[in-house]
Design a binder for this molecule. Structure first.
Ligand SMILES: [Zn+2]
Length: 400
């Protein structure tokens, strides 16, 4: 762009219901000749139509500590394809009230730090931040096809609003990225994904992992019959974790170590245990044989997914027999449901579906749903998730 003039103006705004004034910089700019007179939707060169709403301002990055704006006429052009539209300006997205560099900075900050920090740092209401993020993500989705080249995907349901509502999310196992999300968790929700994917790309899917939900299997079998359905290992481990918690609550009635200590000692990965937790575990081994056996069963099931392959299958067979004969009702029940899903678990073990990345994305999304601000609508949540986990976060302007 060409800068034609710079002015210092005094801006008055309401702050805590008090009017306050501050000096701002206003850059009067215009597009270079080659970028002028183009349609803002297709960039085609078009004849002018009228002056539109006259001069417009776009918030842009501060100059030092001073707020700054770009100012330019916003004429309209007549595009053969899009009709009467505002002319393209190279410094901002169509319809945006802020410049590209300002929006990209805002989105980058939103992805990397707390929204409360972003609002203070950029002097914006959080609603504006949410609108900016939405525009950046929409722009990114137009230029990046998130559904291109999918082969191994994970389908999951994530609760939000204290578990009253659900999102269905699709993660690419290869890149670990979130590629699609929508409110709801039923056949229609998942069918919408396959509609967007299209039959040709659905035929390229080789593996689909899920949590064992029947509605997911039904849709995948119909829309991508060639794909092998697997059971996500981390769901199975979560089932074992829940069974273990039940055993703990049922058996930890006698005095001794606190329930809290017992909970962490039995839940954690053995290498992550603190000295104190190791002591708790040793005490449990001494005083509560049932809980200790339940703990060993949980750890052994984790081991099944660690070794994978034929050896994993053998371990699983041994585990099923051990759990079924454990006389711990919670684990007898778990063995029953795992036996029901055995073929899907075999698929997981045989094909070494890497879970680390999709589990990290899953954990991130669950954490995102717990953040209180900004997510009054599922769309805002999905937008934020695509920004942080869909690879749509822009680079900071001026950096590569
Ligand atoms: Zn056009």
């Amino acid at each position: 762009m060409v800068v034609e003039d710079v002015d210092i103006e005094v801006e008055t705004r309401q702050r805590r219901k008090q009017p306050m004034t501050e000096e701002v910089l206003v850059f009067t700019v215009r597009p270079k000749a080659a970028a002028a007179g183009r349609c803002s939707r297709c960039r085609a060169r078009c004849p002018g139509y009228d002056a539109g709403d006259g001069t417009r301002r776009w918030r842009t990055l501060d100059v030092g500590s001073t707020k700054a704006y770009l100012q330019a006429p916003a004429p309209r052009v007549f595009c053969g394809e899009h009709g009467v539209v505002v002319a393209h300006v190279p410094w901002a997205r169509p319809g945006a009230k802020c410049s590209h560099v300002f929006e990209d900075t805002c989105a980058w900050l939103a992805a990397h730090t707390a929204l409360s920090v972003v609002t203070v740092f950029l002097r914006l209401a959080w609603r504006t931040v949410a609108a900016v993020v939405a525009r950046v993500v929409a722009d990114g989705r137009e230029t990046n096809d998130l559904l291109a080249g999918l082969a191994r995907i994970g389908i999951d349901e994530i609760a939000y609003r204290k578990g009253h509502r659900y999102l269905t999310v699709i993660v690419d196992h290869t890149s670990g990225r979130l590629v699609w999300a929508r409110e709801g968790r039923n056949k229609d929700t998942l069918a919408a994904f396959f509609d967007e994917l299209g039959a040709q790309r659905a035929a390229m899917l080789t593996h689909v992992s899920a949590d064992g939900a029947e509605w997911i299997h039904a849709v995948v079998t119909e829309r991508a019959p060639q794909a092998l359905i697997c059971l996500d290992a981390f769901h199975v481990v979560v089932w074992a974790m829940k069974a273990l918690d039940k055993v703990r609550v049922r058996t930890m009635t006698r005095a001794g170590i606190s329930d809290r200590h017992a909970m962490w000692a039995t839940r954690k990965n053995p290498p992550d245990l603190t000295g104190e937790q190791r002591t708790s575990l040793a005490e449990i081994a001494d005083t509560n044989r049932t809980l200790y056996r339940a703990y060993l069963l949980k750890e052994q099931l984790r081991e099944v997914f660690r070794v994978k392959g034929t050896h994993g299958r053998q371990l699983l067979a041994g585990w099923l027999s051990w759990a079924s004969h454990s006389r711990i009702p919670e684990f007898v029940a778990l063995a029953r449901s795992i036996r029901r899903y055995r073929d899907l678990i075999w698929n997981t073990l045989d094909h070494g579906l890497s879970n680390a990345r999709s589990e990290a994305t899953n954990t991130h999304l669950r954490a995102l749903t717990k953040r209180a601000y900004g997510f009054h609508s599922p769309d805002a949540l999905i937008t934020m998730a695509l920004l942080t986990r869909g690879g749509l976060c822009p680079a900071l302007p001026g950096r590569k």
